[in-house]
Ligand binder design. Structure first.
Ligand code: AGP
Length: 363
């Protein structure tokens, strides 16, 4: 097992560090920034022309990636929703043959997600899975499959697969929107150029992160909160899931604007708030963060160096200034590192947290 970890103490840290490579693998041959069109050569031109709406079904980290994908689709003008696969049997919105149901699952074997996929198949929706595992049940049972090519992920906590899922869903969303419209969106060229530079931007985060110091500084806190708006919201949820999963500490993610609708009652000087800035109404997120600060909570801003939040916050985790569709991915890498170092300080069994399995094959 130690051999598989290479120079790292844990598979999780190895897999976090693999992200520049796994992301490059995910996009390889699938985008062509030079001509500004989305290749996504996995699908024939016009494949998604007749799609009226998209439903994503997924669990856990994959659900957060699905929410990310769904928000990018909505922003691109395509009706879409992200649904917890384990809720789908009791609350699925209606589907027909113009509905595309996308099952997002790293393993392709999660029972809840397979159940939702089977329900969608039975009800006559078109289905697609976005998965890491070629030959998985989801890949066999969905009408079509898009592989994220992240390579094997051993740590129970999903890390590199989240980044690859989110990127592939962003790309797929652009493709669905352009098939519907008959031409790519005006901003496609710049998005693709930024996407091509993502592996390098993630490498920069990994080379120069203050996450270990931040984890140490806030090690004795009572609870950890994560807030974000727009695409920062699924990243806040994912930051909190990762943190609670491997540290066993109380962590919650909220949409920034929700803080004042209840969670603010939990905020004290003992509850650091990680605020994620993706360039979507950041001034509002900053205001929400300052409301927490007024209650004594330290705020850690995850944002570019020249962002106004740096001045206002108590601490800063830096990300490159990039397209708002992609900023959350860089923020997520910083938060993965914070969780990892916080769990390491507590000496937790990081790769195999108690009570959890890598793939949940029971309902
Ligand atoms: C996240 O760190 C967990 N491993 C878990 O939430 C996981 O994402 C979920 O069980 C779904 O798994 P899947 O992607 O293999 O379907």
């Amino acid at each position: 097992e130690q051999a598989g970890k290479g120079e790292y103490d844990h598979f999780m840290l190895k897999e976090i560090n693999e992200q520049p490579t796994s992301l490059a693998q995910a996009i390889e041959g699938r985008i062509d920034p030079a001509n500004g069109r989305i290749a996504l050569s996995d699908f024939e031109p016009g494949t998604f022309e007749g799609i009226d709406s998209v439903q994503f079904v997924a669990c856990g980290t994959s659900y957060h990636a699905a929410l990310y994908g769904s928000l990018t689709l909505n922003q691109a003008g395509v009706r879409s929703s992200a649904l917890l696969a384990n809720e789908y049997s009791v609350s699925a919105p209606p589907v027909d043959d113009e509905t595309l149901v996308i099952a997002v699952t790293q393993s392709g074997e999660t029972a809840d997600t397979l159940n939702a996929l089977r329900q969608a198949n039975a009800e006559g929706a078109q289905t697609l899975t976005v998965t890491n595992v070629v030959g998985s049940t989801a890949a066999r049972e969905a009408d079509d499959a898009l592989f994220i090519r992240a390579g094997p992920e051993i740590g129970v906590a999903a890390t590199k697969t989240f980044s690859s899922q989110a990127v592939m869903l962003t790309l797929l969303g652009q493709r669905i929107a352009s098939d519907q419209r008959g031409e790519p969106r005006a901003d496609t060229e710049s998005l693709l150029a930024e996407l091509a530079s993502m592996p390098g931007a993630i490498a920069d985060v990994l080379d120069d992160s203050d996450a270990a110091a931040i984890a140490r500084r806030y090690a004795d806190s009572q609870a950890y909160f994560f807030i974000g708006r727009g695409l920062g919201f699924p990243v806040a949820l994912e930051g909190a899931l990762k943190f609670k999963e491997i540290t066993y500490e109380h962590a919650e993610g909220f949409a920034s604007g929700e803080l004042k609708h209840g969670p603010l009652a939990l905020v004290t000087p003992e509850t650091p708030v990680f605020a994620i800035f993706t360039g979507e109404e950041d001034e509002k997120t900053l205001k929400n963060a300052e409301e927490a600060q007024t209650r004594g909570a330290p705020v850690i801003a995850v944002c570019p160096d020249d962002h106004p939040a740096v001045e206002a916050a108590d601490d800063h985790l830096e990300i490159a200034d990039t397209d708002q569709d992609l900023a959350g991915l860089l923020a997520n890498v910083q938060l993965q590192l914070v969780s990892y170092y916080a769990a390491d300080l507590l000496d937790r069994p990081i790769d195999k947290p108690r009570n959890l399995a890598k793939s949940v094959t029971v309902e």
